[in-house]
Write a protein that binds this ligand. Structure first.
Ligand code: SAH
Ligand code: DHB
Ligand code: MG
Length: 221
């Protein structure tokens, strides 16, 4: 089995399970047209985020790494109309593309994109003593994954979910260069989760249109 099969099966799954959705398609197309990298979650992964958010009854969601707002739109759809998604993005151009797409998709009122380094935004959120988040999706620079996880736990409540994208990277988590800061960052995140007294976690390897990767899913106690 190879990437052609993974992609074909993903296309089948999406075509079979996911309703046609012009706003999601437009959001993906706008990101591509603006020259953003093609690294958003896949449609079936976006649907998983929405299902997880629905399962925990999420009203407040924190996302680290907005890109063009594709995952953000899935998450925003999962919160009630008085809910909120705060999404952190360092690149002003990405944030601008995302903000326009999210407004066009009708969820602009429940999404706030905070522009700047995520670690600074996270410090500000702590300082502001915001209400806890019900779900945190970590999907930005992998070098900071452990730091993002620590912030996520501090900004969560008992029963919150934390999801970390790209934790397998084609097997590079095992056989990749241990001096690669991205690999080191994700390994540090695994180590933190494994010894964290408030986290119960698993990780699932995934294949699909995005290749071979994986998701870490942690429940906060
Ligand atoms: N969650 C998106 C994909 C995010 S790609 C989706 O699935 O649709 C990763 C994003 O993280 C990029 O837009 C990148 O600019 C952003 N990023 C990288 N380093 C960052 C940092 N230090 N702080 C905030 N965002 C960062
Ligand atoms: C990359 C980042 C992602 O968040 C992703 O899902 C895939 C690839 C990257 O930086 O290469
Ligand atoms: Mg990702």
């Amino acid at each position: 089995m190879d990437q052609t099969t993974f992609t074909a099966v993903d296309d089948y799954l999406a075509a079979t399970l996911l309703p046609a959705d012009a706003d999601l398609d437009r959001t993906a197309a706008a990101a591509e047209a603006a020259g953003l990298p093609a690294i958003a979650v896949s449609p079936v992964q976006g649907a998983l985020l929405g299902i997880l958010a629905g399962a925990v009854g999420a009203r407040r969601i924190l996302e680290v790494g907005t890109l063009g707002g594709y995952s953000t739109l899935w998450l925003a759809r999962a919160v009630p109309s008085d809910g909120v998604v705060i999404s952190l993005e360092v690149d002003p151009h990405h944030a601008e593309v995302a903000t326009a797409s999210l407004a066009a998709a009708g969820v602009g009122d429940r999404v706030e994109v905070m522009v700047g380094p995520a670690l600074e935004a996270l410090d500000r959120l702590h300082g502001a003593r915001v209400e806890p988040f019900d779900l945190v999706f970590i999907d930005a620079d992998k070098v900071n994954n452990a730091r993002y996880l620590e912030h996520a736990v501090a900004l969560a409540r008992r029963g919150s979910l934390i999801v970390v994208d790209n934790v397998v990277r084609g097997g590079a988590i095992l056989d990749g260069d241990p001096d690669d800061p991205s690999i080191a960052g994700t390994r540090a995140a695994f180590d933190l989760v494994a010894r964290h007294p408030r986290l119960r976690a698993t990780a699932i390897q995934t294949v699909g249109v995005k290749g071979y990767d994986g998701l870490l899913i942690a429940l906060v106690d």
